[in-house]
Design a protein around this ligand. Sequence first.
Ligand code: UTP
Length: 410
Amino acid sequence: MINRDQAARILKDYGQEHILKYFDELSENEKQELLSQIEIIDFSVLDNLDAEKNSNTVRGKFEPLGAVTIEDIASNSDEYISAGVEAIKNGKAAAVLLAGGQGTRLGFDKPKGMFNIGVEKELYIFQCLINNLMDVVKLAGAWVPLYIMTSEKNHKDTTDFFKEKNYFGYAPKYVHFFIQDMAPSVDFNGKILMESKSKISISPNGNGGWFSSLVRAGLLDEIKANGVEWINVFAVDNVLQRIADPGFIGAVIKSGLQSGGKVVSKASPDEKVGVLCLEDGMPSIVEYYEMTEEMRTLLNEKGELAYKYGVILNYLFNVKKLEEICDRKMPVHVVDKKIPYMNENGELVKPTEPNGHKFETLVLDMVHMQDSCLAYEVVREKEFAPVKNATGVDSVESARELLEANGIKI
Ligand code: UTP
């Protein structure tokens, strides 16, 4: 373990000396706690505050990317579904649920998956997802191994909840949890926030590190030993998410492409959604705020939006390729968030507006590391009901309406 002087030197290099402000007041245990945090934290992430201006924001040349459309899928559905079911039966597909986020916009202080979206009955977000996956298990007659990424902050709550609810009927043997890495949070002046006098404010470092965290947790050996070739990665907050969808898996396998991404047609040119496209000839996602007016409104020869296909955080990756790109450095995004912090008087404040930055890597950047990606169009009303906010757009209310419209009793 480092000592106080060593810690002070590290902090000085990064202009973070304030972290030791209360050191002398701390108990022996608290001192050790703080020093061990300083030892483990990768402070180099702070370099991205400057790098933000250059490296991450420099993008290549964007071009539109077509998709297999809902119509194409309908006319080939038997072929796709049987190829997908075959892969699942043979144990070639697994799923990874990204559940390490903090869901700050929802304002629910437990893991988002524990949110009860039911009205007249209990229906938790995790339960919706498991129910959706059970449809596939029943169709294929085989369990799909499910890996759930949590963070240090919500791991215990999440695992206890699954146990308490008997995994919502899923076979516990096929459910594995792993914990993602953390990164420090800073205020808008780049100073690391403290949670208490002895505790640096850290938060999950984004969903992009899921594969490296899975490897570090020792789960890759098992995945490979079981013959898994495809991993379907998906977000916790879409209650209509189709997981390990045989049609999607089958279409990607049949296409011979290296990966796949589920997409929906944009509701309007200005919809705030990332679009699957090409960047310097490679698959990529252009964020809505990166699109110029010309890109947003550009039409193709059919008179449709050229940049039409929005991503819904449901991707299919190939294990071999993931292993190849695992050690590649991913871009770090600096995002504004509401971060609880200790103020000058030593009191914990829970801000109602964003008060600082978190550092996150994003799964969507993995798409740009693929040689090719099949955009697979799905019906928005059937597969996309995100729960991001408490009210308004992409909210509990809108997700409830969509669940009901799909015949799900809430
Ligand atoms: P979001 O980008 O919506 O972030 O996550 P969030 O932290 O859940 O919510 P807000 O922005 O604070 O309101 C998209 C998906 O990625 C997962 C989330 O759990 C969700 O499934 N995620 C996000 C992680 O697994 N780890 C992270 O560090 C961040």
